[in-house]
Design a protein around this ligand. Structure first.
Ligand code: NDP
Length: 459
């Protein structure tokens, strides 16, 4: 826990000190939401911080707070090295245990942050959300809340934690956008966009996540290993014929012909977005497919069968209590360290099937991202990049009021077009492949029904 005394001496920069050259006009008077507090200093936070810096004329001060403050400083050093700041401005690191709601509230107030981007561990969500509700700051995250002692709870997962605070957000007029990374996040927006623009009825949404990149290590996960493994150790929930179906990991395999990555092998996997899209979109079949190499499956299977992926503590012969999964995380490479030398591309998208004007319709809405290009731009690999950019695009849409809805929402409940348009400019370009060919989705050219379409129940 961080003593609040640490914040009592918190050096709030004045406007003129922070922006000597241009004076940063209207920062404090601006009615729009400004000043961002980023929680966490891992791979995704690194991208979020760079992208906030690239847009600090709109977003204002940038604060990075995490358990290990040296990691926040390293991100700031990287922003300075890359010259990512759009214009001179506040960029500051803080030590914070975000499980401590009072310390988090204090920091939100001390930094005058109106937007909190939570890209720490998913164990932090409910504490950070509580701090936002109590301070009035907008809240964003990129993964569903998890209790460290439990895996794979009863679906829909959002109902176990986040959605219990819906009324509290509404009462406090606090905007909370849940799961606004790539998947969950952009894939939710893709589903909504396709339904609004290209379908009368939708029968199925298959979300397909392929990483055809290579990091050159014997074994590593692309984001927090503990969270990565927790996704795969238990029941795989899919949404079939408008009901939950329990499957086993690696039970269902499917090959897809994807743009750029080509023929790609995937397995049915449980994932956050199914747990909101199934409740919000009225689509009978929603599945998530993730690409795995044979090598990943072999290593995973050995670790699991040895009990090394268990979240339950065990006692060693020396009497020490350890959680096997935490030990595995400690010996695996830090996902952020994979970025230098990572080659290849990702392709993530939604394959949607249904009807339009009485005829069968099939559409793939997708993005591809290049690991090396991400590294050149911000010093990260593509998995962190594809998760971090959408969170910042969403923050910008809150800042300018477009997505500042004053309540708790999942991404598919929001108008996807400004989001897609902004990401097109920020480095994540949306493409569509259908009977007309393969092209960029250009929101300005698309004729789409108003934001709250017939498919979506919001409000
Ligand atoms: P990392 O493990 O690299 O980073 C997590 C950060 O959270 C670390 O800096 C860690 O601090 C910090 N943290 C943990 N506990 C606390 C605490 N109590 N107080 C303050 N800080 C804390 O994860 P990633 O950056 O890879 O992922 C971040 C989030 O993004 C995760 O929730 C992940 O699931 C999600 N994600 C979402 C994706 C999407 O597309 N939607 C894709 C990829 C990731 P320390 O350094 O001290 O350990």
């Amino acid at each position: 826990m961080v003593p609040s005394a640490l914040y009592a001496s918190f050096p709030l920069m004045t406007l003129s000190a922070a922006c000597p050259e241009d004076g940063c006009p209207t920062v404090r008077d601006n009615p729009m939401k400004r000043n961002v507090l980023i929680i966490g200093a891992g791979g995704v936070a690194h991208v979020v911080a760079h992208k906030c810096a690239q847009n600090n004329a709109q977003l204002g001060d940038i604060h990075i707070a995490s358990r290990t403050v040296s990691k926040c400083h390293a991100i700031i050093d990287s922003i300075r090295e890359k010259g990512s700041l759009q214009r001179p401005g506040v960029l500051q690191a803080h030590a914070l245990d975000a499980m401590d709601v009072e310390a988090t509230k204090f920091l939100i107030r001390a930094t005058r942050s109106k937007i909190v981007i939570n890209v720490g561990s998913p164990f932090l969500n409910m504490s950070v959300l509580a701090a936002c509700i109590e301070t009035g700051a907008a809240y964003l995250d990129t993964a569903i809340h998890e209790d460290p002692a439990k895996v794979c709870e009863t679906p829909p997962w959002y109902a176990n934690y986040e959605w219990k605070r819906r009324q509290a957000c509404k009462d406090a007029r606090v905007t909370a956008i849940l799961g606004v990374g790539f998947d969950p996040g952009v894939v939710n927006a893709y589903a909504r966009y396709a339904m609004d623009a290209h379908f009368d009825t939708v029968d199925s949404i298959d979300i397909i996540d392929i990483n055809a990149g290579s990091h050159g290590r014997y074994f590593a996960t692309n984001f927090d290993p503990e969270i990565n493994f927790r996704e795969f150790v238990s029941t795989v929930w899919s949404w079939e014929d408008s009901a939950w179906k329990a499957n086993a990991m690696f039970e269902h395999r499917k090959d897809w012909d994807m743009p750029v990555t080509g023929k790609s092998t995937t397995y049915l996997t449980g994932h956050d977005e199914i747990h909101s899209m199934s409740q919000n979109l009225g689509v009978p079949n929603i599945r998530f497919w993730m690409g795995f190499s044979e090598h990943y499956i072999n290593v995973f299977t050995v670790l699991k069968n040895l009990g090394l992926l268990s979240e339950q503590p065990v006692r060693t012969a020396r009497g020490q209590e350890v959680v096997p999964l935490e030990v595995v995380k400690a010996v695996l490479p830090d996902p952020a360290s994979l970025a230098p030398g990572y080659t290849g591309k990702t392709c993530i998208g939604d394959l949607i099937k249904g009807t339009k004007d009485g005829k069968p319709q099939e559409v793939l809405v997708y993005n591809t991202c290049d690991h090396e290009e991400c590294f050149d731009e911000v010093g990260s690999q593509a998995i962190s990049y594809t998760a971090g950019v959408p969170a910042v695009a969403a923050a910008m849409l809150i800042a300018d009021g477009t997505w500042d809805v004053g309540g708790m929402v999942n991404v598919e409940e929001l108008d996807p077009m400004p989001f897609i348009a902004l990401m097109n400019q920020m480095g994540l370009v949306t493409r569509i492949r259908d009977a007309q060919g393969d092209r960029i989705v250009d929101p300005e050219q698309e004729m789409i029904a108003p934001a709250l379409s017939k498919h979506v129940k919001y409000g």
